[in-house]
Every structure is written in C-alpha cells, then in structure tokens.
Design a protein around this ligand. Sequence first.
Ligand SMILES: NC(=O)c1ccc[n+]([C@@H]2O[C@H](COP(=O)([O-])OP(=O)(O)OC[C@H]3O[C@@H](n4cnc5c(N)ncnc54)[C@H](OP(=O)(O)O)[C@@H]3O)[C@@H](O)[C@H]2O)c1
Length: 322
Amino acid sequence: MKAIAMTRPGGPEVLELRERPEPAPGPGEVLVEVAAAGVNFMDTGVRRGMFWTATSDATVLGVEGAGRVIGFGSGVEGLRPGQRVAWAYAPGSYAERLVVPAAALVPVPGTIDDRTAAAVMMQGLTASHFATDFYPVQPGDVALVHAAAGGVGLLLTQIIKLRGGQVIGRVSSADKVAAAKAAGADHVIVDVEGRFAAAAVHLSGGEGVHVVYDGSGPKTFQGSLDSLRRCGTFCWYGPVLSGQAPLDIMSLPRSIKLGYAVFADHVPTPALLRARAGRLFDWIETGGLKVRIGGVYALAEAARAHADMESRATTGKLLLVP
Ligand SMILES: NC(=O)c1ccc[n+]([C@@H]2O[C@H](COP(=O)([O-])OP(=O)(O)OC[C@H]3O[C@@H](n4cnc5c(N)ncnc54)[C@H](OP(=O)(O)O)[C@@H]3O)[C@@H](O)[C@H]2O)c1
C-alpha cells in the first residue's frame, strides 16, 4: 500500500510517496481504509525532526483521519466491517490504510461526510478543549483568538460564539479577514509583527480580554500578555510554532493564569473521546459549527500541502485524499 514517509528530517521535499508493507491489526486494533487524512502543524514538526525522533525506519507521517473499518484484531467489540470511523491521533495516517487502536476510533454519523469528519477531529477537539474545558467561556467574555482563519482558529471562534462570548481575531493578512468574520469573529486585527495588543485592549472596551488563545509563536507572546485584563487567562498551545524561551515568572502580569493546553487532556479516555467528538458532530448537524476545508490534496501531494500550510496563505483545514 502507498503512504507518505520520510527517512530524514527536513523541508517538505523529504516527504515521499512510498510502497509500505500492508498493516495487520493485532489484539484490540482495527484496520482502516483511509478516506481522508488531516494535515496538522504538528506533522511539520515531525517532518523537521522535533518529534518521533526515535524512529529509525521510514516514518509514515500524519495522525488524523476518517475512513472505513476493513479488518479487526482479536478482542475488538462495538465496531463492524464497513463502519465509518474517525480518529484524532493515530500515527501513520498519511496512508491508504493503517492500523488504529479500537479505543482511538469514534463512529461517524451518516449525516457527516468523511472529509468533514477528518477535518474536525484534531482541531475541533483542540478548540473544544480550549473554550469549554481549559477556560470555559462565559456569556459576555471577550476572547482574543490568534490565527483566527486557521483550522483551530475558525472552530474556536465558532465555539466561543456558541457559548455567548465575543471574539477578537488576529490574522496575518487582510485576505483572511473575511474567513474569520464568516466564522463569527466580532473584530479582526491584521498583524504579523506582534503589535496587536493596543487594538485588542481598545476593542475589549479598554480593560483587556478575559482570555487569549495563542499558539502562534514567540512573536505574539508579549502582545498576548499585554492584551489580558486583570486576572485574565492565557491559553498557550503552540509547541510547533513557539520557541521555548525561558520565562521569568516575576515578569508576568500579576494574578493572570497561564497554562499549556493540550487536546489529549480533553479526551483522556475512550468514553470522553467519543462523547466530545460526538458533541462536535452534533454541533455540525445542527448548524452551529461549520467546518471550512481550505485545501484538498492527493496523498502524493503531501509535500505541497506542507509548503502551503507553512506559507501562511491557507485558511481552514488541509486534507490529503488517498
Ligand atoms: N496543544 C494542542 O493540543 C494543539 C493541538 C493542535 C494544534 N496545536 C498547535 O496549534 C498551532 C496551529 O496548528 P494547526 O495544525 O491546528 O494549524 P492551524 O490552526 O490551521 O494553524 C495555521 C495558522 O497558523 C498560522 N501560521 C502559519 N505559519 C506560521 C508561522 N510561521 N508563524 C506563526 N503563525 C503561523 C497561520 O495564521 P496567521 O498567518 O493568520 O497568523 C495559519 O492560519 C500549532 O502550533 C500546533 O502545534 C496544538
């Protein structure tokens, strides 16, 4: 079967379409035919050698997707052949087929198509963690959402609005304003130099925002701190884009809450994974959450998808279709 693999870290050019052995499910595992695989920023980190460094053989990239059950190992219950499923984290998803632990799969309702399901898993669960769990947005709260036209940003904006919050989005170019506004952003700041704080404070009525969601790297960190109101919350989430600069805790604004939010802590058990993915599907079915697919690429075009994502020119979710 075909898959996108790399044998050394580097730029998009290290991603190659390769013939790989047919995967075989072991106990508790399911063989899945991939209908669509999600492209996530973490995949670019894997490609550049930030994660999964212990792997010696050709590493198949990708963690997210949707498709159909085509085989089982022993001991798998509650799934049937042909069933449509999706997953947020299963290494090796840039492939025609892969083996996924049954516990990592969620059933996809008939009303949700494969591409939408693949597009909403990682970024949707991330956004729902941020707005309902890490900092449960309350009606009237003002949130600053970075990369507001990106995959996480568009979903996060909509979930904040569903909860009655207001959104100030920050995007890097004027081309992205319409997408952020279509997702419900009340205001959109265009900035790429980290000079958005004064506008964010002004747009929040002068006091600063209740919460900032920032996965955009070192350039935005200080501005995000400066945008917060007294006792505000800083939801930091960008290990791929952010440098790990040491932090002097005494330099932080007093009484703020600053934390590293990780989507996996939103779905620590199979039951919570199914419940919280199910809630995303419900929101999609009832029209509260719209999933914007910004680009669909053939599996063989994974390198181009990575280059496009890193160019900052894309909006919404990028998918690979085997
Ligand atoms: N903690 C978690 O659980 C978790 C889960 C998923 C993702 N993440 C993190 O979230 C971030 C976004 O990942 P994603 O896969 O979900 O993609 P995404 O939300 O679609 O992000 C793409 C956006 O990132 C911005 N961007 C692109 N290149 C950039 C650069 N060089 N510097 C700064 N910003 C850049 C762009 O927005 P603008 O050009 O408008 O700024 C683009 O719209 C990554 O840092 C990823 O590691 C964290």
